[in-house]
Design a protein around this ligand. Structure first.
Ligand SMILES: NC(=O)C1=CN([C@@H]2O[C@H](COP(=O)(O)OP(=O)(O)OC[C@H]3O[C@@H](n4cnc5c(N)ncnc54)[C@H](OP(=O)(O)O)[C@@H]3O)[C@@H](O)[C@H]2O)C=CC1
Ligand SMILES: O=C1OC[C@@H](O)[C@H](O)[C@H]1O
Length: 372
């Protein structure tokens, strides 16, 4: 398949035209006129014949209508409740602020809808356990949107690391960095404690998930956690050290408050993931947004030589397109575990719970209160 260039890949995030839809395409509705909706759902669905974004609900119906018109969504609902209750809708996309993930996902599951749920799944581990068990009891698909995992570059990187580990080179160190300058004001949902904000929830949940996913190792304990407090109970930057099962050390840096005028800010500006064994260092540059740009490199520690792998853009599609494709496959399978377990990158319920546990443990170690 051809590999489109940078601008073509950006265009593919939300193409102007949609493919022709299947007659039995899934019908999905959106809770909230969210900023992330166009790339994460609306644009992704335009590539897929098997799913149609049929409606959006917002707290203000006028806002919902304007969002629907702008994004080519045929219907709106007057409230989140009305959207969830609509029998013509099969699944729900929940991109509400973190603190509303649990409540509205539970309501959607109660109504028998499958849910694609934005990260982090819930405010804390206890809520995640309840939600996952509830989805399982209803035989419904619940997918936490760790979109980066579904991209061919992520799949390749994980395979590369795991193959090397399996050949007798256990992981010694891991590091995940997702540290941006101050893109959002302190009035953003990301810094609102009542909405379960905090950087450990936002970029932090990605770093934790990537550590667990690429290493294939669960977290034994959180050894240290250093927050930069930017508002009451709100971390704007978090650095943490984790001990993984088997003894490897993992470090994470998550930030959305790096100063614009600082060299360090630009050293950290591209998300970066590294894995070190006795003999090699594996690097995955821009691991969170590999469709925009990425690089995968392997350095031999003895010789210092670095080999860079060919780019893995495939058709140039976004992480969100691959994620939505996986979600549709899971729903269409009737939540069949054999089908789901064979989907590369799939985020299982157990995975979601384990991730929220580490998020909680980082807050505890940092001496901060959990999100509610
Ligand atoms: N997968 C990814 O790449 C990304 C994921 N995210 C995740 O998606 C979620 C939403 O992020 P983003 O789109 O940036 O958020 P927005 O600021 O766009 O907010 C999303 C929606 O939340 C609704 N909302 C409901 N109650 C409140 C409230 N009390 N205060 C503010 N908003 C409220 C609004 O809905 P209404 O329209 O009804 O008013 C708004 O449209 C987060 O969980 C975030 O972590 C965010 C960015 C990237
Ligand atoms: O992908 C992302 O990057 C920036 C974050 O603030 C956002 O919530 C996250 O999902």
């Amino acid at each position: 398949m051809s590999s489109p260039g940078f601008f073509a890949r950006i265009k593919l995030l939300n193409p102007s035209h949609s493919v022709v839809k299947d007659t039995d395409a899934l019908r999905i509705g959106m809770l909230g006129a969210a900023n992330i909706g166009p790339p994460a759902l609306i644009g992704a669905a335009k590539h897929l014949p098997s799913i149609i974004v049929v409606s959006v609900a917002a707290r203000d119906p006028v806002k919902a209508k304007a969002y629907a018109d702008k994004n080519g969504i045929p219907n709106t609902h007057a409230s989140y409740d009305a959207l969830i209750a609509d029998p013509e809708i099969d699944c729900i996309y929940n991109p509400l602020p973190n603190g509303l993930h649990y409540e509205w996902t539970r309501k959607a599951l109660e109504a028998g809808k499958h849910v694609l749920l934005e990260k982090p799944a819930t405010s804390n581990e206890a809520q995640a356990k309840d939600l996952v068990a509830f989805a399982q009891s209803k035989n419904l698909v619940l997918l936490e949107a760790f979109h980066f995992r579904f991209h061919p570059a992520s799949i390749k990187f994980r395979e590369l690391v795991q193959t090397h580990v399996a050949s007798g080179h256990p992981i010694q160190k891991v590091k995940a960095v997702m540290a941006f300058p101050t893109f959002f004001g302190l009035d953003d949902i990301r810094f609102n404690y009542k909405l379960a904000g905090g950087i450990n929830m936002d970029a932090g949940c990605y770093t934790i998930n990537s550590i667990r996913y690429f290493s294939g190792l669960e977290v034994e304990s959180v050894e240290a956690a250093k927050p930069k407090i930017v508002a009451e109970n709100i971390d704007g930057r978090m650095e943490a050290t984790l001990r993984l099962k088997g003894g490897a050390e993992a470090k994470l840096i998550a930030s959305l408050t790096n100063p614009w005028f600082s060299v360090k800010t630009y050293q950290e500006i591209f998300p970066k993931f590294t894995v070190e064994t006795d003999d090699k260092i594996f690097t995955f540059g821009v691991f969170v947004l590999p469709a925009v740009y990425h690089y995968i490199a392997v350095t031999d520690k003895a010789t210092g030589k670095t080999e860079t792998l060919p780019k893995q853009y495939d058709g140039g599609f976004s992480t969100y397109k691959y994620q939505l494709e996986a979600f549709v496959k899971a729903v269409k399978s009737g939540n069949n575990k054999d089908v789901i377990n064979a989907i590369p990158g799939w985020v299982s319920g157990e995975d979601t719970i384990a991730n929220m546990k580490v998020v909680d443990d980082v807050y505890k170690k940092a001496g901060m209160i959990l999100r509610e």
